[in-house]
Design a protein around this ligand. Sequence first.
Ligand SMILES: [Zn+2]
Length: 126
Amino acid sequence: MKKKYSKKDLTEFKKLILKKKSDTVDQIKHMSEDTMKKSPKEAAGDISSYTYHMADIATDTYDREFTMSLASNDRALMYEIEEALKKITDGTYGVCEECKDLISKVRLKAIPYARLCLKCQEKKEK
Ligand SMILES: [Zn+2]
């Protein structure tokens, strides 16, 4: 027998994923707003006028790299979320990609886009 979650469960998980998706979108928006609000001058603080310009450039580069790394994490997360939504449509959601066992509900509630069950995830991380 193929293991999978019932339609009713899938509907609940879908809600969780969509919630996670809108939270992520909000987070991305906040993050870019924060980056724009923070002026390089403020970040450079009380560095003397001689080094000021250099510090300005450095902070600016750092901020941009930081924002970009966050953005790529968020992009990865959005991808996982989209994949999870696709799986809900196919009815394969909640099935571990490794052992084909069901991923526990507790785990899916914590990480609604999980691809692996806890056992396989732990094995992979070792
Ligand atoms: Zn597994």
